[in-house]
Design a protein around this ligand. Structure first.
Ligand code: SF4
Length: 389
């Protein structure tokens, strides 16, 4: 089916992420039983709170683009159940095309050997990424120095979806269950804002448990720790069995980084990120290192510089699409339009492709629905067909 309003899938994804989406009760039937529901593993991405209501975590457009479901009761986008039971996306009452929810993994119904529900330990992002936050905590909130776009504390208080601190064996057992049933192909593991040298020991213990329970020698996926004081820790992470590493730089423009991330910028200046990324490329190899950004708060040309510099180093970039979330200090602001995101991730994709980086295999376009650069790169390199939604 052709997109309407001259909107291509990339721009549509940008609009869905920044304007949010609604769904009728009939369309939501089966979410939480047959289809994968939201369990807030770290942040909340909806544009409004949804209490106990079961909402999809993400969904697929007709060309298999993964889009995060961000609830907004005033969104022009609506998912409804059409004749024959199929889901149909419409905008302002005009049909756009079919969409589908993502099946719920069966480990969401299981418990670890100590009786903990596995879904409170790790969740599937997109279609194939097992997400674990080993420490849902950030010290910057108590000093009112949290990043202005972040709602970690508010999300954890409101939804209580996950256990804040998980034991290594709980993580190992849950990861094994996710891989065994084929729900996971990669992991994405982060410690929120751990911020001390004990992080490397904690991660080594967890990765050892994952290897023991899954039987894997090396773990496909990405670890997202704080940049270590001692760069030798990067070799320890690698030798503990993880295939890729990422660092969350958040904002490239330095004065804006200091303004938007007052606590984090105080602890971790950009120079420290760049040293960590440079060393990480030496240890993990080009294409197995990622810089993570929040896209939509700084000028596009500024983030473009960051994408250029990081890809020159041998690192991929994951720019998450920002929209203002409840519980963050920027709640009530507006994000740029989908067309702005689409136009600029296309520029980013061109500069990344020009550097001939190895493809991003440890974090892919199926891993999450809140980043558009993987989709743009995929189109540019022509690795998949491009039907409309
Ligand atoms: S460092 Fe910033 S983005 Fe990360 S958890 Fe803390 S406040 Fe949130």
């Amino acid at each position: 089916m052709k997109p309407v309003h001259g909107t291509d899938t990339l721009e549509l994804k940008g609009d869905l992420l920044t304007e949010g989406v609604r769904a009728t009760a009939e369309a939501l039937d089966g979410v939480g039983t047959i289809y994968k529901e939201q369990n807030h593993g770290l942040f909340g991405w909806d544009l409004e709170d949804h209490g106990e209501e079961k909402l999809p975590d993400d969904f697929l457009l007709g060309d298999s683009t993964v889009v995060q479901f961000r609830k907004n009761g005033r969104s022009p986008f609506l998912v409804e159940r059409a004749e024959g039971g199929k889901l149909l996306l419409q905008r302002d009452g005009e049909p756009i095309g079919p969409v589908s929810w993502i099946p719920r993994p069966s480990f969401y119904e299981r418990s670890t050997s100590d009786g903990t529900p596995m879904v409170k330990i790790g969740q599937i992002g997109g279609e194939d990424c097992f997400f674990i936050c080993y420490n849902n905590y950030c010290a910057h909130f108590s000093k009112r120095k949290e990043c202005l776009f972040c709602n970690l504390v508010d999300t954890s208080r409101k939804y209580r979806s996950v256990i804040t601190r998980k034991q290594a064996d709980q993580i190992g057992e849950t990861t094994a269950a996710a891989f065994r049933e084929g729900a996971a192909k990669h992991i994405l593991m982060t410690g929120g804002c751990f911020g001390n040298e004990k992080e490397v020991e904690v991660v080594e213990t967890i990765l050892a448990a994952i290897r023991r329970h899954t039987g894997l020698d090396r773990i496909p996926g990405t670890l997202l720790p704080s940049p270590p004081e001692d760069l030798a820790s990067l070799r320890r992470y690698h030798d503990a069995g993880i295939d890729a590493v990422a660092f969350s730089l958040e904002i490239w423009d330095e004065p804006m980084y200091r303004a938007l991330c007052p606590g984090k910028a105080g602890d971790t200046p950009r120079k420290k990120f760049l040293e960590s990324l440079d060393e990480a490329v030496r240890v993990f190899g080009p294409g197995n290192v990622y810089g993570v950004f929040v896209m939509g708060l700084e000028p596009a040309d500024s983030l473009f510089e960051g994408v250029d510099d990081l890809s020159s180093l041998g690192a991929h970039v994951v720019p998450f699409v920002w929209s203002p979330n409840p519980g963050s200090r920027l709640y009530g602001h507006r994000a740029p339009r989908g067309a702005w995101y689409a136009e600029n991730v296309r520029r980013f994709a061109e500069i990344v492709a020009s550097k001939k980086l190895p493809p991003s295999i440890n974090h892919c376009r199926k891993c999450d629905g809140n980043n558009m650069l993987h989709d743009a790169l995929d189109r540019l390199t022509g690795s998949r067909p491009r039907p409309g939604p």
